[in-house]
Design a protein around this ligand. Structure first.
Ligand code: NOJ
Length: 496
């Protein structure tokens, strides 16, 4: 059977039971700020997210990251949950200010690095591979005070921090992810009030940080490649939010708007690293230059990458780290000048993005559009000569409840689309990661947006975790290595 969703037609495999392909590893993910708590434990200093959440009104439900799931204290319970699920690997992140309280590598916290070292050892002891994200958004405030990602020197600070981690954990950690979702912490953090550090430099600062992030990532990759890979023999790459974008209609203007939006959303970060030519996508460079000139700027608001910088960034990822939640459809039809701040990222795109007519979702950015993941995987394959893809996040947000059948449906349909992308289209996906192991601090949405396979009781000091229906379902998928589209999970009352 073929199916068409706006643009694009694919053949779908029509079977209710599908074997998980050999070599597709299954796991779950979390991030330090979202689960650890212990925000001022031992010699840890505040991160930009600690401070952001402490400002009244910044987080939708007034919560903060002081405790969250208390994994800094209770990580052994997390290990039991991972064992219960039977995952192949666990993706977690390291908190920069926990390991380097000054932000700089002159002082390494014994307790901080000790925490991650124990976690790695205990994961390996139960047969679960540690996959480590070096930066998942919690910059030390001390470095933010010096400009954070807007200061070009951050590329060196980040390289030094990465060296500390490779040295301390690289004998046991074989998969490194440098940065998680550069668009989200760059554009939301430096162009809007939505994310720490709340710089609100729309259309200018938000683009400066993109360049610095790419250089920071590249330096950390080269460091691994030259000094650590020969002995440690692992992989190092970047994770990019690869939600799909396309035209709302098939009018030439909308089709072009979809392509431009996708280049702004994904290509901005992936093109410099994965494309043959290197550098930012042409469409993005041209659009920002044109708008900057119209607006009277003497030069483009997008900083240039020099030839040397293009070469330094090019080819610096051993896999394409791919996070995906939903898709958006773009139209120029309803776009009006002035509807977005001028200048800004959205005004530069110059089109309106919507989720189309799909069913409402409790957490809007996870609206279920399963064919979108297949399209995004194919886009990566076609643009970049079929790289190995690690799906480092995919998941569904709810607002309450433990009988989360909606989440199970989302996972079934998305994993089914991933299997189509692998088996029918030839995409080289070798890793699938569910977001998230448990409910956690969903950034400025607080603890109200729930992504967990395990439900966490945040009112209880013990932060008790209970498997939702989706945890039983995922456990079963992993145990049988089969996607059963009609499976109904057998649920038991247990807690961790
Ligand atoms: C992607 C981010 O990496 C993660 O931190 C966040 O919780 C999920 N999206 C869900 O919004």
């Amino acid at each position: 059977m073929t199916c068409s969703l706006f643009l694009g037609t694919y053949t779908e495999v029509q079977t209710k039971m599908r074997k998980i392909p050999q070599g597709l590893r299954l796991g779950v993910a979390t991030a330090a700020f979202q689960i650890e708590g212990g925000w001022n434990a031992s010699d840890k200093t505040p991160s930009i997210w600690d401070n952001f959440c402490h400002i009244p009104g910044r987080v939708a439900d007034g919560t903060n990251g002081d405790d969250t799931c208390k994994s800094y204290e209770f990580y052994q319970r997390d290990l039991k949950m991972l064992k219960f699920l039977g995952v192949d690997f666990y993706r977690f992140s390291v908190s920069w200010p926990r390991v380097l309280p000054n932000g700089f590598a002159n002082k390494i916290s014994k307790d901080g690095i000790g925490y991650y070292s124990k976690l790695v050892d205990e994961l390996i002891a139960i047969g679960i591979e540690p996959v480590v994200t070096i930066y998942h958004w919690d910059l030390p405030q001390s470095l933010q005070d010096l400009g954070g990602w807007a200061n070009p020197l951050i590329a060196e600070w980040f390289e030094d921090y990465a060296r500390v981690l490779y040295n301390a954990l690289g004998d046991r950690v074989k998969t490194w992810i440098t940065l998680n979702e550069p668009k989200q912490f760059g554009i939301y953090g430096y162009g809007t009030e939505r994310f720490a550090p709340d710089i609100c430099s729309a259309g200018t600062g938000e683009y400066m940080v993109v360049k610095n992030m790419l250089l920071a990532h590249a330096r950390a990759w080269h460091l691994y490649d030259k000094e650590f890979r020969p002995t440690q023999k692992g992989n190092c790459g970047i994770t990019i939010a690869t939600d799909f974008r396309e035209g709302l209609t098939d009018s030439p203007a909308d089709v072009e708007a979809g392509k431009l939006a996708l280049d702004f959303e994904v290509g901005f970060y992936s093109h410099p690293i994965f494309s043959k030519t290197g550098g930012f996508p042409e469409r993005v460079v041209k659009r920002i230059a044109e708008k900057s000139a119209e607006q009277g700027y003497p030069r483009s608001r997008l900083p240039e990458l020099s030839k040397e910088e293009i070469a330094l960034i090019s080819g610096t990822s051993d896999f394409f780290g791919f996070n995906h939640y939903s898709s958006k459809f773009y139209t120029t039809e309803t776009y009006k000048r002035g509807m977005f701040p001028i200048p800004s990222y959205n005004d530069d795109i110059g089109a309106v993005g919507t989720y189309g007519g799909y069913k409402e979702a409790p957490v809007i950015h996870t609206k279920k559009i399963p064919n979108g993941i297949r399209k995004a995987l194919n886009w990566v394959k076609d643009q970049y000569d079929n790289p190995e893809i690690f799906i480092t996040e995919n998941g569904y947000g709810t607002s309450s409840g433990s009988n989360d059948l909606e989440r199970i449906d989302y996972y079934k349909e998305y994993i089914n689309a991933v299997l189509d992308a692998i088996e029918v289209d030839g995409c080289r996906v070798s890793t699938y990661t569910a977001w998230s192991l448990m409910d956690n601090m969903e950034w400025s949405s607080g603890i109200g947006a729930k992504f967990g396979l395990f439900e966490v009781d945040f009112n209880d000091d013990q932060k008790t975790r209970r498997p939702r229906a989706s945890a039983f379902w995922y456990k079963d998928l992993i145990a049988k290595r089969t996607l059963d589209l009609e499976a109904k999970p057998q649920v038991e009352e247990i807690s961790f």
